[in-house]
Write a protein that binds this ligand. Structure first.
Ligand code: PBG
Length: 327
C-alpha cells in the first residue's frame, strides 16, 4: 500500500506515545473530598462509598497523612453535624466539625489547600439546601445563611470556599460577606453548573442529606439543558467567582467543553459519588478493571477541558500518575 499517512507510526512505543500525548494529567490538578463528622474518635467506613470514611476532626489527621503521602494538594471538606435543625444553624457554628477540622488541618498540614463545601443540606432537618418558606427554598433568606457559613469557614482557616446550593446571587452574597470581613483574598469556587442528578445518591446516604420531601429540581439544573449552563456560569463570573465548576462530570463532558470554551476562568469538574460508586462496584464484581476504568474516566474529564478534577479516586489517581499509567 502506498499510504502517506500512517497514524500507527506514532503509537509504536510508550515513549513515542508519551511524546505525542495531547492531554497531560498532573497530581497538582486533583482535589479529594472528605466527610468530617461532629464528635470524637470517629473513623467509620461509608457503606454507600466503599473505600471512603467519615472522620471526626480529631481523627482527620489519619486521612490527611495519606493525602499528603499521595501528593494530592487539596481537599474539599463536607460537614456532618451532630444535630440538624430547620434552618441548618450547625453550618455556621464556629465549633462545627468543618470549622474544627480547618483549624487542626491548618496547624498540622499547612501545605495542604483547604476548600470547603458551602451548603445547607447536610445541616437542615428537611435536607433541602436552604431555608424553607412553606415547601419552597427561600432564595434570599438562604443567601444570608450561606454568607454566614462561608465567613465562618474563612475565619477557621478555609483557603477557598465552594458554594454548592444553586441559589441565585450567592456568589455576590459570599463575595460581599468575605470582603466585608477582611477576606478579600479568599477565592470562591462556584458550583456554577450543578445539575439535579441521581448520581449524588451515594453522597446523600453518606451525609444523610436526602431531601425529606420533594427533590432539588427547584434549584439544581435540568439535565436537558446546556445553554442554561452558560447563563449560570456567566452570572457567577459577573458576581466574582474565581473558579467555575461543572457537576457531575462523566455524563456532562459536553458541558465541561462548552463552559471551557466560553469562559477564561479555571474550570473544575466534580466526578461525583455515583460515578465513583459505579466504577468501584463494577470493579469489585469483576466486570471491569477498576484502575483502568478510573484512569480512563479521569483523563476524559481533562480532555474535555477541565483544569481541576474533584474525585474520590484522587489518592489512587496520584499513585497511577506516579506509576506512569496516565500522565
Ligand atoms: C451539597 C452537595 C451535594 C454534593 C456535593 N455538594 C449533594 C447534593 O446536591 O445533593 C454531591 C457530591 C457527590 O455526589 O459526590 N449540596
Amino acid at each position: 500500500m502506498e499510504l502517506i499517512e500512517r497514524p500507527r507510526r506514532l503509537r509504536k512505543t510508550p515513549a513515542v506515545r508519551g511524546l505525542v500525548r495531547e492531554t497531560r494529567v498532573s497530581k497538582s490538578a486533583l482535589v479529594y473530598p472528605i466527610f468530617v463528622k461532629e464528635g470524637r474518635g470517629i473513623a467509620e467506613p461509608i457503606p454507600s462509598l466503599d473505600g471512603q470514611f467519615r472522620y471526626s476532626p480529631d481523627m482527620l489527621h489519619v486521612e490527611l497523612e495519606k493525602v499528603r503521602e499521595a501528593g494530592v494538594p487539596a481537599v474539599l471538606l463536607f460537614g456532618l453535624p451532630a444535630h440538624k435543625d430547620e434552618c441548618g444553624s450547625g453550618a455556621w457554628d464556629d465549633e462545627g466539625a468543618v470549622q474544627q477540622a480547618l483549624r487542626l488541618a491548618k496547624r498540622d498540614f499547612p501545605e495542604l489547600y483547604l476548600i470547603t463545601d458551602v451548603c445547607m443540606c447536610e445541616y437542615t432537618s428537611h435536607g433541602h439546601c436552604g431555608i424553607l418558606n412553606g415547601r419552597e427554598v427561600d432564595n434570599d433568606r438562604t443567601l444570608e445563611v450561606l454568607a454566614k457559613t462561608a465567613l465562618s469557614h474563612a475565619r477557621a482557616g478555609a483557603d477557598m470556599v465552594a458554594p454548592s446550593d444553586m441559589m441565585d446571587g450567592r456568589i455576590l452574597a459570599l463575595r460581599r460577606a468575605l470582603d466585608g470581613a477582611g477576606f478579600s483574598d479568599t477565592p470562591i469556587m462556584s458550583y456554577a453548573v450543578k445539575y439535579a442528578s441521581a448520581f449524588y445518591g451515594p453522597f446523600r446516604d453518606a451525609a444523610g442529606s436526602a431531601p425529606a420531601f420533594g427533590d432539588r429540581r427547584g434549584y439544581q439544573m435540568d439535565y436537558h439543558n446546556v445553554r442554561e449552563a452558560v447563563r449560570e456560569a456567566a452570572l457567577d463570573v459577573e458576581q466574582g467567582a474565581d473558579v467555575l465548576m461543572v457537576k457531575p462530570a462523566l455524563s456532562y463532558l459536553d458541558v465541561v467543553r462548552e463552559v471551557k470554551s466560553r469562559f477564561d476562568l479555571p474550570l473544575a469538574a466534580y466526578s461525583v459519588s455515583g460515578e465513583y460508586a459505579m466504577i468501584r462496584a463494577a470493579g469489585k464484581a469483576g466486570l471491569i478493571d477498576e484502575a483502568a476504568v478510573a484512569c480512563e474516566a479521569a483523563v476524559s474529564v481533562f480532555r474535555a477541558g477541565a483544569d481541576i478534577l474533584i474525585t474520590y479516586y484522587a489518592k489512587e489517581l496520584a499513585g497511577w500518575i506516579d506509576e506512569g499509567r496516565i500522565g
